[in-house]
Every structure is written in C-alpha cells, then in structure tokens.
Design a protein around this ligand. Structure first.
Ligand SMILES: Cc1ncc(COP(=O)(O)O)c(C=O)c1O
Length: 397
C-alpha cells in the first residue's frame, strides 16, 4: 500500500532527525556517541527520585495517578516560576504553564500563532525539534546567520525588512543548539528594539541558561522586555532529567489561555507523577547545588574535548569557538563543502557526530559543519571519540 498520497502536505516535506536515525544504528555498544543532546546520566539523582516516587505512590496515589489540570500542578507551576524568576523572566501580565518538555511549549506556541504561509525568523543553524515543529504549520522559515556572539543583527533587520508575514523570531540566545554561541547583551537589546520596530513577537528558548561553566551571565531577553513581546520557554530536561518531560512556558495571559486549550487537545496534561516528583525534589534538595555539580562536570568534559581536538585534529583545517556553557561544540571545515563523507566514515570507525545540514533551514543544502556533544560521553570516551574523529579528518580533509 502506498501511503504517500494519503499524507497531509504538512508532513510531506518533513525529514527525520539525522540524530534519531543515528540512534537506530547506535544500538551497537561499541559506538561512541558525540551526537545526541543527552545530559550526563552519571549525575542523575536516581536514588533520591526513586525514594520520592515510592513515597508519593504510597501516600498519595490518587493525586499521582488521577487526571490533573492542563495548566500544571499548582506547586509545579510555583517551581517553574521560581526558575523563571531567578532570571527575571516573568512579566506582570504573564501566566506560566507546565509543558510536557519545552518542545511542547515551542510546538503549541507555534500552533497558536502561525497561519499557513506566515514566516518565522530563526537562527541558522538552529534546533531541529523547533524547526520541524514550525514546518508542520506550513510556514516559511527565514534563517539568519549565527555569529560568535549570536544572531547577526544586520541579518535580522534585513530579514524583517524583506519578509512580509513574520509572526515571531525564534531564538536560543544562551549556549545555542547547535553552535554553543551566546548572544551578547547589545544584540539582545537590539533584537528587542527590532522586534518592536517591525512589530513581531520573540520566542526565547532557554533550556541551557543554567549550564554556564565560565564567563559572566547575560540577562535573558525576556528580562528586558517592557512591551510583553517575549514568550519564554524553560526546561527541567538539562537541569534534572529529560525523561521526566518537564518544561514550561511563560507567556502573556491572553496567549497562554489559547496555548492551554491547545495542550488540552494535545495531551490533556503533563504526567502528574513526574510533576510531583520534581516538586518534592525541589522541596527536599537544593536543585541549584545539583545543577552546580552538572556545570562543573560539563566544564571538565568540554575542556577534555577541546584539548583532544587540539591534539588530534589536523592543524588549521577545523575551526571552532570554545563555549562557556551548555553541552555543544560546533565545528567548521572550511576546506570542504560537504561533511557527509566524514560523518559516514566516522560511523564506520564507531563514532557518531551530527552533520550541520541537520540544523539548517534548507536541509538539502550541503554543510561543511558538524556538531559535537560533550555532556553525555565519559571523559575517556570523549578522548577516544575525538581521536577517531581526528583520524577521519586527517584522512579526508
Ligand atoms: C534548544 C532546545 N530547545 C528545546 C529543547 C527541548 O527540551 P525538552 O526536553 O524540555 O523538550 C531542546 C532539547 O534538546 C533544545 O536543545
């Protein structure tokens, strides 16, 4: 049976994430993955959470196992508010909704805002999950180059000037996925100014903001928003556990009301058990000291990766900027146009990296870039993975 003819236009042009495809091949335990976006599992508070989950199910099974409210368990909303207020990112007219991961918040915001043919300005490259969410609403994606200090503001102004129907700018200003770049304060202010001038909204996605291991924090765009133009999304995935699927959105009440209705249709509510577990975890333990341990580990892993890159990569053939936080390192190979043979050869040598084309607005355009992740592999595997990658680069560049 040929299913293509039955499929909606909105899914016809979607391409699966190369990362997910790679995961299928990565069942091989010998493969060293520098590909995914997984946080370090060695620090997961498994013991603490198993005791908490057991206690919740023993003492309050009805609350944990019954339907909950769509906007989130109130104490979980308080936890999300606490995180967002820590970075001054809750405005006077904002509501907070608990989402089944930030992914859902991004998807439902797009669903609430986009008509077919509207445009979204995105960083190029950007997070594939968000790009794919936007694509399903049949909108146009306008990519703007990411520089070492974040999205190009000249590029943004050109994009706003030359495109009708732009609804919002999607940005990951801190430790961007995939580039690891952090937008400067000046650029954040400029983005707000341009959004106001061209009357568009901003969707600020900040799942990595807590993971700084060097340099100084930069205020969120949301914290400087005086017009209610910024919708902010945060996540517990990289600071507690991605499997618990806890994220949140801070949005003006009028918009939040619509997003809540869409969530009702989508999944009714985020699982109560993981919401209750997070609330108890934050009550019993200091989540900031848990995050601090992660930050320290990521700083060490990043340093190990960079020193292995300096040792094993062919000199002068690969460019990168060392990030100050987050979980990704972005590399460019200026002497070639397409990184695909490198990625394929790496898989033969049992190391996985992600080609840059995966994060582009035009997924069919070749890319000479690739993304590395340093949070999930062990330091030994990071060194061995980079050694193998270095051999491939030396062979093919
Ligand atoms: C930039 C960015 N936004 C959002 C998400 C989704 O996070 P969550 O697990 O909360 O859905 C990710 C996950 O990797 C991400 O990199």
């Amino acid at each position: 049976m040929e299913y293509k003819t039955y499929m909606a236009d909105r899914v016809k042009t979607m391409k699966g994430s190369a990362i997910r495809e790679m995961f299928k091949r990565m069942a091989d335990p010998e493969i060293i993955s520098l590909a995914g976006g997984n946080p370090a599992s060695e620090l997961f508070p498994g013991d603490e959470l198993s005791k908490i989950a057991g206690k919740i199910l023993m003492t309050n099974p009805t609350l944990a196992l019954q339907y909950g409210t769509t906007d989130g368990y109130p104490k979980m909303r308080d936890c999300a508010r606490q995180r967002a207020e820590k970075v001054n990112s809750v405005g006077a007219n904002d509501a907070i909704l608990i989402m089944t991961g930030a992914n859902q918040g991004i998807d439902l915001t797009a669903k609430a805002l986009l008509n077919k043919g509207d445009k979204v300005i995105v960083e190029s490259p950007s997070f594939i999950g968000s790009l794919n969410a936007f694509r399903t609403y049949e909108c146009g994606l306008v990519g703007v180059t990411v520089e070492d200090d974040g999205m190009s503001m000249e590029g943004l102004e050109d994009a706003l000037k030359n495109n009708d129907g732009v609804k919002f700018i999607y940005t990951i200003p801190t430790f961007q996925n995939p580039t690891g770049a952090t937008m400067s304060l000046e650029k954040r202010k400029k983005m707000l100014e341009l959004a106001s001038k061209y009357d568009v909204l901003i969707l600020e996605d900040n799942p990595y903001g807590d993971l700084r291991f060097s340099g100084e924090d930069v205020p969120t765009i949301k914290s400087m928003d005086t017009e209610g133009r910024v919708i902010y999304t945060g996540s517990f995935s990289k600071i507690l556990s991605p499997g618990m699927r806890l994220g949140y959105i801070v949005a003006p009440s009028e918009l939040a009301e619509k997003i809540e209705m869409l969530k009702q249709v989508n999944d009714v509510h985020t699982p109560m058990l993981t919401q209750l577990m997070c609330v108890e975890f934050m009550k019993k333990y200091d989540i900031d000291s848990y995050i601090a341990k992660n930050r320290e580990l990521y700083g060490k892993k990043c340093a190990a990766m960079v020193s292995a890159m300096e040792k094993y990569f062919p000199k002068g053939k690969v460019k990168w900027v060392t990030p100050e936080g987050g979980i990704f390192l972005w590399c460019e190979c200026p002497t070639i146009t397409d990184i695909t043979p490198v990625v394929d050869r790496c898989l033969e040598k049992k190391v996985a990296i992600v080609p840059g084309s995966n994060f582009a607005t035009d997924i069919f355009a070749p890319s000479n870039m690739f993304r590395l992740n340093y949070s999930s592999a062990t330091i030994e595997n990071i060194e061995e993975g980079i050694r193998r990658l270095g051999e491939v680069l030396t062979e093919l560049l």
